[in-house]
Write a protein that binds this ligand. Structure first.
Ligand code: GLY
Length: 366
């Protein structure tokens, strides 16, 4: 494993970036953004690096860009500007950019170095660390990819100021997931934070000043350090994702999932939040997880994330999508990570379609 730096301070980030990038040969610094981060985050990055020249590639923002054609566009960009094995690709953006850029870098010339600078809360707490790279294929999220750690992940909360409320909520869902799999103490802290700060403009600031952001990153880092290639334990980070990914893939394909307040596809974190509601329901029914946890999560959902709606036929289609989940084994029903209690996750729970349907019924009846 290469060095992974997690920097949570603007001055240190400035310094680290500078020393990381200083020794690159002329013309070998490449920067990948999307159309949003080009506008809102690239000026901050450009200030950090000062006079160091770089080649810039910008992709259309949004999950729809996370495909093989975009990977080819990145390879072509590197090739056109004669990137060598000494090159560094800086991925400046959310999870779509860090996953895609990471994959392109991991495969170009059998691998060049890359640095992730996540600009969304979701990417800060999840996508930018842990070494997963990849893209969506044949309607399945992250179907093709590698485990390749970045040479560094540089996190600066300054970028949180550029985010709309929906993006903050999307990332907050992954933080709730980390708390649910890690400890009752973190879970209660986040519920309190949601209660006190979520409607306020200073929510982004509070994530950092209360230490909640740092704690969430540390939970993921600890799991990844023990199981970097997801042989077993790392499946706990997939809590909420068996149902969540099915909803997200379906929504991406214009599946008629009626979701209040969403004209476009809901973002990943919202789907994970809804997935967690269904999977906590299953945890209560199958493993005796305290019902109070389901009530607390349902309350957060209703207050901040809204209700997805879906009819019986669509529920059946969602279940079929769960068979494409990467945790599955051949000839088995979909595989879930469930909770015996907060902080006590259990992997490899194969559940019947009847059980899954019951959980979806709960979710879609709220
Ligand atoms: N997002 C889950 C993981 O990195 O394993």
């Amino acid at each position: 494993m290469q060095t992974l730096l997690i920097i949570l301070n603007v001055e240190i980030m400035n310094f680290e970036l500078f020393s990381l990038l200083q020794d690159i040969p002329q013309g070998q610094l490449f920067v990948l953004t999307d159309s949003h981060t080009k506008e809102h985050c690239l000026p901050i990055f450009a200030d950090f690096i000062g006079e160091i020249p770089y080649h810039l590639l910008t992709l259309e923002a949004g999950e729809k860009s996370k495909n093989l054609s975009s990977v080819q566009v990145i390879w072509d960009f590197l090739l056109k500007h004669r990137a060598t094995r000494e090159a560094i690709l800086v991925n400046l953006g959310g999870g779509m950019i860090t996953d895609l850029g990471g994959f392109a870098a991991a495969t170009y010339m059998r691998g060049i170095r890359f640095v992730n600078i996540p600009t969304t809360l979701l990417a800060m707490v999840d996508a930018s660390s842990g070494g997963k790279t990849g893209f969506d294929y044949q309607g399945v999220k992250n179907m093709i990819g590698t485990f390749t750690p970045p040479m560094a992940t540089l996190i600066d909360p300054i970028f949180l100021r550029t985010l709309p409320a929906e993006e903050l909520l999307s990332g907050f869902a992954e933080m709730l997931k980390h708390a649910l799999i890690a400890s009752q103490e973190e879970w209660i802290k986040l519920l309190q934070l949601a209660q006190d700060e979520l409607p306020q403009a200073q929510f982004a600031e509070a994530l950092f000043t209360t230490g909640a952001l740092q704690a969430s990153i540390a939970i993921k880092e600890k799991v990844v350090a023990q199981d970097p290639r997801e042989a077993g334990l790392r499946h706990i980070l997939n809590f909420g994702h068996t149902v969540g990914h099915a909803i997200e893939s379906a929504a991406l394909e214009n599946f008629e999932l009626r979701i209040k307040n969403f004209e476009l596809s809901p973002s990943h974190g919202y789907c994970v939040l809804w997935g967690m509601v269904a999977e906590v329901y299953l945890s209560v029914v199958k493993l005796g997880c305290p019902r109070e946890v389901l009530q607390q999560l349902t309350q957060v959902m209703l207050q901040y994330y809204g209700r997805p709606q879906c009819n019986c036929r669509q529920r059946e289609q969602l279940i079929q999508r769960m068979y494409q989940d990467k945790k599955n084994s051949a000839n088995k029903t979909p595989n879930f990570t469930l909770l015996r209690a907060v902080g006590d996750p259990v992997i490899n729970q194969h559940l019947s379609e009847e059980d899954i349907n019951e959980a979806l019924e709960y979710l879609f009846s709220l």
